[in-house]
Design a protein around this ligand. Structure first.
Ligand SMILES: [Fe+2]
Ligand SMILES: [Fe+2]
Length: 214
């Protein structure tokens, strides 16, 4: 069994957002656990500022493994410099993590300067390499933008496009067990390519960090 806490869209900018997310993390950090991972599916900083990522790093501090990926409010340069401690770059931020016997493919669905999402060719090629190397391990494919309609007009207008390419890819790997995303600022569960697709919702623990703009 994998115990995953899924939070999303903490949009750190002011003290209110810091306090809100800190309350959620304090709850998670005091659980007896074990929690295999705390997954944060994007929009970590509200404006993508270097100073905001310094606060994000403090807020997300935990003795449990913390996984994160960018959303449309994030900016790749400061994200890399502060959260990943690597030089700034405009390339997609794609990361893989191995926790609890599972593989987490953390994909960058953001399009710099836009609110909607897309897994570009570089990211899809990277994802395929992760899947090809995963063997029989369960794989969670994670990104910010939902690749399905939620029938929420504003969210649907800034969803992830090009979803047929993603569906074709994950359908070739039966060890993909679920896709996890954020962006919707609401708890929802759907399916995609025959797989579970929770939005801003945990598989095992429920705690939302609250919302402001998407
Ligand atoms: Fe978003
Ligand atoms: Fe958001």
């Amino acid at each position: 069994m994998i115990v995953l806490a899924h939070i999303s869209d903490i949009h750190i900018d002011d003290q209110r957002s810091i306090d809100r997310a800190t309350r959620v993390m304090s709850y998670l950090n005091t659980l007896p656990g074990p929690i295999d991972a705390i997954l944060t599916t994007g929009d970590l900083a509200d404006h993508g500022l270097h100073t905001e990522y310094l606060d994000v790093a403090k807020v997300l501090d935990s003795h449990w493994p913390v996984l994160h990926l960018p959303g449309n409010h994030d900016v790749r340069g400061p994200y890399r410099e502060v959260l990943l401690d690597v030089p700034a770059s405009t390339e997609p931020i794609n990361q893989v993590a191995h926790v609890g016997g599972a593989v987490f493919a953390l994909c960058d669905s953001s399009i710099p300067g836009q609110a909607d999402g897309y897994l570009d060719d570089v990211t899809l090629a990277w994802l395929e390499s992760v899947l090809a190397e995963s063997g029989d391990a369960p794989v969670f494919v994670c990104f910010h933008h939902p690749p399905v309609l939620l029938h929420m007009p504003f969210v649907d207008g800034i969803k992830q496009s090009g979803e047929d390419r993603l569906a074709a890819l994950v359908s070739r790997y039966p060890n993909v067990v679920a896709l996890l995303c954020g962006h919707a600022h609401t708890g929802a569960a759907s399916t995609f390519a025959g797989l579970p697709l929770p939005h801003d919702v945990p598989r095992a623990l429920v705690r939302r960090a609250g919302t402001n703009t998407l």
